[in-house]
Structures are given as C-alpha cells and as structure tokens.
Design a protein. Structure first.
Length: 339
C-alpha cells in the first residue's frame, strides 16, 4: 500500500541534510575550538574582551548581490564567502571597530551539501583574515521560493571599539590628504551591469579565462592594515568604497564646510575596469557603479603618508588621489580617469 502521509521531506525540506551541514560547520570553523561551542545552539554567547575600557558595539549586515549569479554560472562557491565577510567587516573598521563575531544566513531552494560546504569554507577563510569568529548562522531550505540551484547569502558582523577611539568625521581638516587603497578587483558591487554586458555581448564566461578569474575574485579585506593604522594614530578617517562608488562613500565621512578634491587622473584602475569601460560604459556610470580600483579610502596628514604605506604590502600600497579644502560640494572630481 502506498504511503500517502504528508512529510516535511516530501515538501522539499531535508532536515537530515541540514543536520549534516551543521556538523560540518562545527568541525571546520573557528581558530579556537571554544568558538565552536555556539554552533548548533539557539544563540551565540560571546565575551567582550577585557582590554576595552568603555566598549561600544558596532554592527553591520550585507550580502554579495548578484555576484552570486556569477558563482552559480561558474559552479564555483569557495570565494563568495570571503566576499560576504569582507562586505561586513570593511564597514566596521570605518568607525574604528575591531571585528569580533560573524554570523551568516544562507537561503536555498534545496540543500546541496557540496555547495554549502564550499561557501562555508570561504566564510571561514574570510573570518580568519579578519581575525573574527564565525559563531553561528542559519541555513534555510526554502522549496518553491527560489528556482532550481538558486540561493542567497547574507552576513552579519559585530565589532567593538573603545569610546575614545571611535572615528568621527570632525577630525578631518583642511589640507589633509585622501589616499586610495587599491582594490583586488570589482569586489561585490556592480555585477548586475556586468552581467547585462555579458548577456548583451553574448560572452561565454566559462570559456573566457581572464573574465572568469577576475569576476569571481574575492573582495579585499582591509581589517589588519586599517586597525594597525588606527593603533598607530596615522589616519583621521576612512571609507569603504562599495555601492555608489568613490563619491557616495567618501562624502559620508566629511564634515560640513569641507570638500574632497579628487584628481581622477591619479587613480590606478585595475585592468578589469578598463575592460568594462571599453564596453561602451561612460565615465560617469563607471564612477557611480564601481570602485574603479579604489577599494578603500584613507584621510590623513601629509606627514604620515610614508608611515601609512609601510603598513601595507607592495601590491596594496595606498597613494594620494586628493586633498581636503574648504567648500560646499562634499566631493569634487577633477581631471579624468586614465583608462
């Protein structure tokens, strides 16, 4: 006789597979084994480090946008977890916070253990780079919500900073310099436009090795270097260059009455941006949509430039692209980018 009883598994949800994934997370996350004790619980408990005298909590949440579709198309999922961590922790350090914990949320049509494990490996690697702990998360199997093989990921991170060390924009003064910290590539913004170009130009990403490698390249995590600069008191402010590009993100850290004069001809765009630009994309669209090679901005006194550069590897040496001056326009572009 047929078994006609309704079950959760028949609806498309496989709890046993989800349990196997939780066990995988427990065995493969955390620099210290004690960080794993939260995995599988209802919530995560984390102690505030004792060396903070007047701690302030800073929180950030983000995703990786339609870069997920590139990962899906290439069937490569071991780097977007790094992107996910980067998009959160790079926002925390802008306010001077040291990333402390990270949680992820993965929603998927049907649990695919190989895919989920690959994503998790990337998330764990990103946490190690940022020196924070992956303390929990949620994996939701949602049949009927996503089409076959589709999924989404989101991250949530918490950082901590002493009240006296919170970075405030009022520290920025006339004649301070704006430095660009090189991006590793496109990072995780502007992929809807990139995918539109690929579709309209009928470009096979699997066959184009250069584009394939560039477009899946993970977002650079700037935590180690920026926290060191703060410890040495070498910067006054900083900005994570994400959606909206240099202008929208830089103006968020400037006080009223000051303008950042940015010399676009000083910017060193990665080769991938030169390719995107060549696909009939205007300079204005490039600057609004992409980081154009500037993954992070620092504002500092001119006397600190050489000291700042010593903190970074040669590949990611910060360089001057602008200067702070009195004015009403928060960010002003001069010259043109040399593509």
């Amino acid at each position: 006789m047929k078994n006609n009883k309704f079950t959760y598994q028949k609806s498309g949800v496989n709890i046993s597979k989800a349990d196997k994934f939780v066990n995988f997370i427990s065995r493969n996350t955390g620099k210290k084994k004690k960080t794993n004790k939260n995995i599988g619980g209802f919530g995560s408990i984390t102690s505030i480090p004792k060396y903070f005298k007047e701690p302030k909590i800073v929180a950030s949440t983000d995703g990786v946008g339609t870069k997920i579709e590139i990962a899906n198309y290439l069937d490569k999922f071991d780097t977007i977890g790094i992107d996910l961590v980067a998009m959160c922790v790079n926002d925390l350090i802008v306010q001077g916070a040291k990333p402390l914990i990270f949680l992820d949320y993965i929603s998927i049509n049907k649990i695919n253990l190989k895919k989920l494990k690959s994503i998790l490996i990337g998330i764990n690697k990103g946490c190690n780079i940022a020196n924070c702990s992956l303390v929990g998360g949620e994996t939701a199997e949602m049949p009927g919500t996503y089409s076959k093989n589709k999924f989404d990921i989101a991250g949530f991170s918490v950082g901590i900073v002493d009240k006296k060390n919170v970075i405030k924009k009022d520290k920025v003064k006339k004649n301070d310099l704006v430095l660009a910290v090189p991006a590793s590539g496109v990072h995780s913004n502007g992929y809807s436009l990139i995918r539109y170009i690929l579709k309209r130009k009928n470009i096979n990403l699997r066959k184009n090795i250069y584009l394939r490698n560039e477009l899946i390249k993970p977002t650079r995590i700037y935590v180690k270097e920026v926290l060191k600069l703060m410890e040495l008191n070498l910067i006054k402010s900083c900005a994570n260059i994400t959606g909206g590009g240099i202008e929208d993100n830089l103006k968020r850290i400037l006080p009223k009455g000051l303008v950042a004069n940015i010399n676009l001809s000083k910017i060193k765009p990665n080769k991938i941006f030169q390719w995107i630009k060549s696909q009939n994309v205007s300079d204005n669209e490039m600057l609004k949509t992409f980081n154009c090679g500037v993954g992070f901005c620092l504002i500092a006194k001119s006397s600190n430039i050489s000291k700042i550069q010593k903190v970074f590897d040669k590949k990611y040496q910060p360089y001057v692209i602008g200067k702070i001056a009195p004015g009403n326009t928060t960010v002003k572009f001069n010259e043109k980018i040399q593509w």
